[in-house]
Structures are given as structure tokens and as C-alpha cells.
Ligand binder design. Structure first.
Ligand code: FRU
Length: 491
């Protein structure tokens, strides 16, 4: 009896310590979503419904490397604090559960609704590994599932798949939206080197509308995870934005998120120019798409890694995190329209007291920095720790570039493709600069010139980079240099 009680006590203690350690491990993001354990990639099924933001994600629950994909699930009421939920979708005989989206079917066009409540409908790719092993091309088809309890539990449609592969090796990542003028659903699908648009009246049967992009944009890799949505620019112009993730072929090598602006008439997307633009110029934002059902707000979330090295980064218990959720806006600069990205305003829920600092600051492990200059000039901000590890972020006036230098920011030997110096052109035309940095245990997100240039990079220091200093050759003191501690989001 005594022996048994002792054993129970040890088991309880063990359970307690492992619980207490979760989300406290080395490199563990403290203000970004990461799965409790195991492998995660793309955000999926981003939908806001009845006060809840759902985050489904590509998940392999048996290892910290990619494997047969499920949809993991977490929920939040403020986009900042997340609650982990049970796995939402499991692989089946049709295939693994690859990326896709979720819509609220307000008019019950699908007929899956119950008791007068609209169903949530998930549209996702099923990838068939058996056919892949047989060397077949058509391994990917689109399937659907529905939820009658606000996204908690899901039932797969009995007659899946609903969109059959016409013989294309990459046929995936459906993003679906309601096109009100023609009362139909539009599916934006990544089909190898282009986007194919399909439409449907009921989410169950789909008709091809058009193709876009074979001869436009970046083509250094396969097109994946698209998104299509309307936006009104700051000058009142109404445009459509088409996001197309690409891997490899991004500006820093590997994965990245490009976009096009133009018009859409329910059938065809027509770009208003041929420029290749990037939502995020950094090395570590991929598969980014936006939430559905958020009215006029466009909330973007990306996977904070890069396929070049995602499976070998030095975290043990889990792999990868999501970016800070960002609000997108469309801004006219010279004669062009660009997306701007800024952390969602809900980030203020974890902000401590804003401090006006002069040149240096020693502080906590997660924080936001805001710096603005009186005129355009070169300057840099060094984030460092007592271990001599440092990350340098700055603006190079001669090259007209923003940059992140992570060469000395910690472990990097795990991959030769872990680019050390990451830079992007300045898009803004203002005569002064501003930059916001959001710093976590193993990541920095840079939002420069009101978010016109955005860059995300991960790094792996032995200890968090809790010291900050502002540097410039001419002894410049920022017009504004503020430091805001951010409280960790996990219980
Ligand atoms: C993008 C991607 C998607 C695919 C998923 C598989 O990172 O390759 O195209 O659906 O990941 O996990």
C-alpha cells in the first residue's frame, strides 16, 4: 500500500514537472504560437467565428520532423493567447490532410447546417502516399469536412474527394471565399507553376474558371498556399490581392510569400502590373495566408520557418512556430500599391510599461522596440546577451536596404542554407524612417516604414538576447527609441 502510494506520488510529480516545463524549453517562443510538442508547418483553416479565432495547422503528432499530416488545432479570443485543442482531422484512405481553408457557410449552400446554424466547412488537400510511391502524378485531390459545433469537431463528407486531380503533380492548398456578386464560392488553388480558380454553388461540386501566373512573378520553385481577397487602398482604390507562396525561389533562398495586385471578376484575376512583390522579405515566413470572416480586417499569419532547414533547427521537443498575427493594409507608394504588415493591435494586451530609452537597455526576454529617425541615415540596433551572441538589425543608407545580420546570433551549423545576412530594399519614399521590432526567444520580426518592408528571421542563441543598443557612425540619437516588455502568453 505504502509502496503503491509512493509510486503514485512519483507519477504525479513526474506529470507535474513535465507539465511545468512545457513552453519553458530552450528556444521556446514565449509570445508566438508553437505546438505543445512535435512537428508543425503551415497555418490552415484560419477562420473567425463567434468570437473565436481558430488556428488549424499542418501537424505530425509522432515526431519533430515532417510526417503524415493531420490538422492540429488551437483557439484564441485575441490572436495572442492560444489554447491547444485535440487534433481536428486525421489522415484516411484517401490521403494525408494537407493545407486548406475553412469558411462559414452562412447560407447553408452545402446543406451541412443543422438547427438553423451555419456549418463551418473545411476544404483541404488529401495527398495519397501510395499513389506517390507508385510514381503517379495525380496524388492530390481536394476534400471537405464540416463542423456543426463552431469548429470543435469535424465530420468528413461521405463523398470525398470533391475536386479530382486532372493529372497535375502539385494540385493543392485550396483557399475558398464567398464571391457575393455572383453568389458563388471561389477556390484559389496552387497548381504547380500557376494558380487555378474554381467556382462552386455548394462547396461540393467545382467548375474550373481560369488560370493565372504561368508567365508572371517568381518561379524558382513550386507555387503553394495561395489566397485571394479584395482590399481598399489608402487612396480609396479597390483592388484584389492574390497571395502565392513559393518554395524554393524566395528572396533569401528557400520559401517565401509573394503577392500580386489586380482585379477579379468572379472568373479571372487580371494583374495591374507585372512586378513581383513580397509580403515578407525575411528568411522565415512561409505559407502565410489570411483569416476568413473578419469583415474589413485582413489578418495574416505565416509559418515562422523555411523549408531549407525547418527539419533540422535545434529545438528538441517541438519544431516551428507561427509569426505574430499581422494586419494587412494596402498603401499607394509612387504609382504602385503595396501591402503593409503590422502586428495586430491585440498585441497591446501583453504590453508592459513603455520605456523611453536613450542608447542602451538591459531588459526581459521578449519585447517590442520602436525606433524612428529624424532623416534617412544608416543606423543599427544590436540585440545581445552575456554569452557574446548578437543579432544586428539596421538600415543601410548607401544601399537603401533594411537588414538583419544573424551571423553571430547563436547556433547555425545545423544547415549551410541558414543564410546569415538578410536584406531587403526600402520601398517607402518618406524622408525619415521608422522601424518596429518584435523580439522573442528565437525570432525577430521587423516592420519598417509603417510595415512596407517586413522581414522575419529566426535564430538560436544560448540565452535570450535581452540587451539592446542603438548604434550609428554619426552618434545619432533616435527621434524615438522605445522599449516595451511583452508578457509571455502561456499559462
Ligand atoms: C507548404 C506545403 C503545402 C502542403 C503542406 C504539406 O509548406 O508544402 O503545399 O499542403 O505544406 O505539409
Amino acid at each position: 500500500m505504502v509502496r503503491k502510494a509512493g509510486l503514485i506520488l512519483i507519477v504525479i510529480c513526474f506529470a507535474f514537472t513535465s507539465l511545468a516545463q512545457q513552453y519553458h524549453e530552450q528556444y521556446r517562443p514565449q509570445i508566438h504560437f508553437s505546438p505543445p510538442a512535435h512537428w508543425m508547418n503551415d497555418p490552415n483553416g484560419l477562420v473567425y467565428y463567434k468570437g473565436v479565432y481558430h488556428l488549424f495547422y499542418q501537424y505530425y503528432p509522432k515526431a519533430t520532423v515532417w510526417g503524415p499530416m493531420h490538422w492540429g488545432h488551437a483557439v484564441s479570443t485575441d490572436l495572442i493567447h492560444w489554447k491547444n485543442k485535440p487534433i481536428a482531422l486525421y489522415p484516411d484512405s484517401i490521403g494525408l490532410i494537407f493545407s486548406g481553408s475553412v469558411v462559414v457557410d452562412y447560407n447553408n449552400t452545402s446543406g451541412f447546417g443543422k438547427n438553423g446554424q451555419p456549418p463551418l466547412v473545411a476544404i483541404f488537400t488529401q495527398h495519397n502516399q501510395a499513389r506517390e510511391k507508385d510514381g503517379k502524378n495525380d496524388t492530390e485531390n481536394e476534400s471537405i469536412a464540416y463542423s456543426n459545433d463552431g469548429g470543435n469537431t469535424w465530420t468528413k463528407y461521405a463523398h470525398n474527394p470533391v475536386l479530382i486531380n486532372p493529372g497535375i503533380s502539385d494540385f493543392r492548398d485550396p483557399k475558398v471565399m464567398w464571391y457575393a456578386p455572383q453568389k458563388k464560392w471561389i477556390m484559389t488553388l496552387a497548381t504547380k507553376d500557376r494558380i487555378t480558380f474554381y467556382s462552386s454553388k455548394n462547396l461540393r461540386s467545382w467548375t474550373k474558371e481560369s488560370e493565372f501566373g504561368q508567365d508572371m512573378g517568381a518561379h524558382g520553385g513550386v507555387w503553394e498556399c495561395p489566397d485571394l481577397f479584395p482590399m481598399t487602398a489608402n487612396d480609396g482604390k479597390n483592388l484584389w490581392v492574390l497571395i502565392v507562396n513559393i518554395n524554393p525561389g524566395g528572396p533569401q533562398g528557400g520559401s517565401a510569400t509573394q503577392y500580386f495586385t489586380g482585379s477579379f471578376d468572379g472568373k479571372t484575376f487580371s494583374p495591374n502590373n507585372r512586378q513581383t512583390k513580397w509580403v515578407d522579405w525575411g528568411s522565415d515566413e512561409y505559407a502565410g495566408v489570411t483569416y476568413s470572416n473578419t469583415g474589413n480586417r485582413r489578418i495574416f499569419l505565416g509559418w515562422m520557418s523555411n523549408w531549407q532547414y525547418a527539419t533540422v533547427v535545434p529545438t528538441k521537443e517541438w519544431r516551428s512556430a507561427m509569426t505574430m498575427p499581422r494586419e494587412l493594409k494596402l498603401l499607394k507608394v509612387r504609382d504602385e500599391y503595396y501591402l503593409t504588415s503590422r502586428p495586430v493591435k491585440e498585441l497591446s494586451s501583453i504590453k508592459g510599461t513603455i520605456l523611453d530609452v536613450k542608447k542602451t537597455k538591459r531588459g526581459g526576454n521578449q519585447y517590442e522596440l520602436d525606433i524612428s529617425t529624424d532623416r534617412l541615415r544608416s543606423f543599427s540596433i544590436t540585440l545581445s546577451n552575456d554569452n557574446n551572441e548578437k543579432l544586428i538589425v539596421g538600415f543601410d543608407l548607401g544601399k537603401n536596404q533594411w537588414y538583419i545580420d544573424r551571423a553571430d546570433a547563436g547556433e547555425s551549423a545545423f544547415s549551410k542554407d541558414f543564410v546569415k545576412y538578410i536584406s531587403s530594399p526600402r520601398i517607402a519614399s518618406d524622408s525619415h524612417a521608422d522601424v518596429k521590432l518584435v523580439v522573442d526567444a528565437a525570432s525577430v520580426e521587423l516592420f519598417a516604414d509603417k510595415g512596407l518592408t517586413t522581414m522575419t528571421s529566426i535564430f538560436f542563441p544560448k540565452k535570450p538576447l535581452n540587451q539592446v543598443s542603438l548604434n550609428s557612425a554619426d552618434g545619432f540619437i533616435a527621434r524615438r527609441f522605445s522599449y516595451t516588455p511583452l508578457k509571455r502568453i502561456w499559462p
